[in-house]
Design a binder for this molecule. Sequence first.
Ligand code: GRF
Length: 204
Amino acid sequence: MLLSGRGSNFQAIAEARLPIEIVAVISNRPQAAGLAWARERGLTAVAFDHTDHADREAFDALLADEIERHRPDLVVLAGYMRILSPAFIARFEGRLLNIHPSLLPMFPGLKTHERALAEGVKVHGCTVHFVTADLDHGPIVIQAAVPVRADDTPATLAARVLQQEHRVYPQAVRWFAEGRLEINRGRVNLKDDSTSQSVFSTEG
Ligand code: GRF
């Protein structure tokens, strides 16, 4: 589990009773609230401060070594707010998941909720995807859609999208753990299942 901040997606995954063991929580920010939460629960929590390393490639190589020491089957980016170098991504490709707060391929990058409101879209949401070298692209595992309200602010919209993030990310991790995700020419199919890979907010 890699994170940089409050770690609410990590918490949602940790509390979802999934058939997984979280072998390590690693943050590039020593003060990340998610690290403290992990420690309180007796999980291995490691700070790996990027400000100690001037060079991104070198930092990512050390980070990748640290991750591999814990022998994870899956690396989950849960609000990890640093762009990963291509070499890092290549090392974990196919077992590296990210959540992004928009309906990709709309609004890659930052400030997604502000941009969604500025564009006047009527539906917004979040996406869990496999990470490839292409920032905020990569095979889509699951998406959740949230209606945009006329009186939404970036904060109210973000809060509703976050609720959906907490639904879809544990689901995606469960599917991965069960060996059900199959990537075929850039598309993710759910093996032996016709379950929908989209979720709609239940709000009116
Ligand atoms: C989430 O909105 C996630 O989509 C984005 O960063 C935020 C992280 O929140 N990548 P948290 O640390 O999981 O609470």
